[in-house]
Design a protein around this ligand. Structure first.
Ligand SMILES: [Zn+2]
Length: 158
């Protein structure tokens, strides 16, 4: 699927809605959606849930993956569940943990809104997308107006 800027923005807006929801409940405002790369359908969305669950693995990407997992499992015939047919739109560059997980799950492409200079696994701290070979599209210019609407969080346990 070839994405133009309008389509990227459309998916990113949905990711931002998730991020806003996270912000509103005191989480670090990160949100994402997974999109079927063949049909363009949004199949799952998630936001950070680390503070409310006290579980440091509950990042938006893994929360969204867990939501779509039952359907993926049911649809797979080989027993090997992958994200080869999916794109991820996430407000912030995936952290090292998520960047690894996405790579091992063979995600097709990751679009992200801004860099994560503290924990980023896709270019800022590590470049896991290179060794785990998935497409990475930094969409700052497209997302900038959306990102600027989000207020900075005071959450220091991020
Ligand atoms: Zn993460």
């Amino acid at each position: 699927m070839n994405l133009n800027q309008d389509k990227i923005l459309e998916y990113m807006k949905l990711a931002f809605e998730q991020a806003e929801e996270a912000y509103n409940v005191g989480e670090v405002p990160v949100g994402c959606v997974f999109v079927d790369k063949t049909t363009g359908e949004v199949v799952s969305g998630g936001r950070n849930e680390t503070n409310e669950t006290l579980n440091g693995t509950r990042h938006a990407e893994l929360v969204a993956y867990d939501k779509m997992f039952p359907a993926l499992k049911e649809a797979t015939e080989s027993g090997l569940i992958t994200l080869e047919n999916y794109m991820l739109f996430v407000t912030v560059e995936p952290c090292i943990m998520c960047a690894s997980a996405l790579g091992y799950l063979k995600i097709d492409s990751v679009y992200y809104g801004c860099q994560n200079e503290r924990f980023g696994g896709c270019g800022s701290v590590e470049s896991l997308h290179e060794s785990l070979t998935y497409n990475l599209i930094m969409s700052w210019e497209i997302c900038q107006p959306l990102l600027c609407e989000l207020r900075p969080t005071t959450n220091i346990s991020a």
